[in-house]
Structures are given as structure tokens and as C-alpha cells.
Design a protein around this ligand. Structure first.
Ligand code: SAM
Length: 198
């Protein structure tokens, strides 16, 4: 199977960052798989499911209707979605949070390999990071339903979270929810929910 590092039309502006994204892709295929940060997948799947999926978080962040200078990636694992979004949004600070010591260790090494100035790695329980007004992102860390419970007491907090596309039963007086659907390649549809506490 040939590897095509495509970026869908919705992400065309990210083409200028391709070289750095390829570098991260190679790290995921090598260190990421070797150290269990991601499961063993072929080159194309790692590109589509991790890099391209992550880039859509960046598309949403650019549309958020409030000033943003920092974003927290909760349960970041091998830096997903935080690293691709940090590469393609160099003017925003990304704080990558994970509870696992080994993941944090590998991310610190990755930070210097990629020479990224706009990321911080934090070893903490994600719950201890939550506060009013902040912007959070997560892929495959918690469900949208759990995200509602996690941020409900934090005024004006926004949580952008990967979802399975199901309708989210929620209190409309308490939350504003927008569900986004997008293609990661020519055949596969993915979903992200954007939850804001009113
Ligand atoms: C399924 S992995 C997802 C990793 C990455 N976001 C991805 O899409 O590949 C979940 C990650 O959440 C981290 N994690 C689990 N509980 C956590 C907590 N309470 N606070 C912060 N991170 C946590 C785990 O160490 C793991 O790296």
C-alpha cells in the first residue's frame, strides 16, 4: 500500500507546515509505536487518524469566538491532538497534560527533537487543570458526555472533544454544543463536539 500524506481541502492552509508534520509522523511510527504511545498501525493510518484528525481541532480553535492565548490538551498521550495543532498554530501556547510519567518523559524529548517553542508538558491529573474561561481539547481521552460532567462548574470554559457523532443529550440552559463532522481522507468521516459552559 502506497503512503499518501494528503491534507484535505479544509486544511490546505496547513501545507506550509508539512515538513514538521512529516517529522512528527516519523516519530510516531518509530518511538510512538515502540514505546506504546500509539497502537501499531501502518504509515497511512497513522497519518490520517492521528495527524489529519488532529488538524481539525486547529480549524475549530481558529473559529472559537473568544481571545485565545493558551490551549490545554488533556490526556494527550503521544501528543495528540496537541502536537499537530501546535505545529500549525505557532502563536498559541499549547499545554499538553498527561498523568503518565513515561508519556511525559517521551514528550519532553519530542519537544526538543521538533524544536517546538509553543508547547509545555505537564504531568498532572487533568481534573486538577480545570478552571473558568479556559479552552480544552482531547482526542480519545473522554466521551463528550463525560466532558459535560467535567466542565459543568467552570463558567465559559470550552471543551473540544472527539466524539462518535451521536446526539448529545444536554441541558441547553447550561451548555452550548456544536457538533462538527469532517473527512480525514476520501472515505472516513470523523466527529468533534464543541462544548461551551454558558
Ligand atoms: C487513550 S489515550 C489517548 C491519547 C491521545 N489523546 C490519543 O488520541 O492518542 C488516554 C491518555 O490519557 C491519559 N490519562 C488517563 N487518565 C488521566 C488523567 N486523569 N489525567 C491526565 N491524563 C490521563 C493516559 O495516560 C493516556 O495517555
Amino acid at each position: 500500500m502506497t503512503f499518501t500524506p494528503q491534507i484535505p481541502h479544509w486544511g490546505a492552509k496547513n501545507n506550509q507546515y508539512s515538513e514538521k508534520l512529516y517529522e512528527y509522523h516519523s516519530w510516531l511510527l518509530d518511538t510512538g509505536i515502540k514505546n506504546g504511545l500509539i497502537s501499531n498501525k501502518n504509515k497511512q493510518l497513522v497519518w490520517d487518524e492521528f495527524i489529519i484528525h488532529s488538524l481539525y481541532f486547529g480549524i475549530i480553535i481558529r473559529k472559537v469566538d473568544k481571545p485565545i492565548n493558551k490551549v490545554y490538551d488533556l490526556g494527550t498521550g503521544g501528543g495528540i491532538p496537541g502536537i499537530p495543532v501546535a505545529i500549525t498554530n505557532p502563536n498559541i501556547l499549547f499545554k499538553l497534560v498527561d498523568i503518565s510519567e513515561s508519556r511525559v518523559y517521551e514528550l519532553e524529548r519530542l519537544k526538543s527533537i521538533l524544536g517546538l517553542k509553543n508547547i509545555e508538558i505537564i504531568r498532572k491529573d487533568a481534573k486538577s487543570i480545570l478552571s473558568d474561561h479556559n479552552l480544552y481539547i482531547s482526542r480519545c481521552y473522554i466521551s463528550s458526555k463525560e466532558a459535560l460532567g467535567l466542565i459543568k462548574s467552570y463558567k465559559n470554559a470550552t471543551y473540544i472533544v472527539s466524539s462518535n457523532g451521536e446526539d448529545l443529550d444536554h441541558d441547553k440552559n447550561m451548555f452550548h454544543v456544536k457538533q462538527e463532522n469532517f473527512m480525514i481522507n476520501s472515505t472516513d468521516l470523523r466527529h468533534i463536539d464543541v462544548i461551551t459552559v454558558r
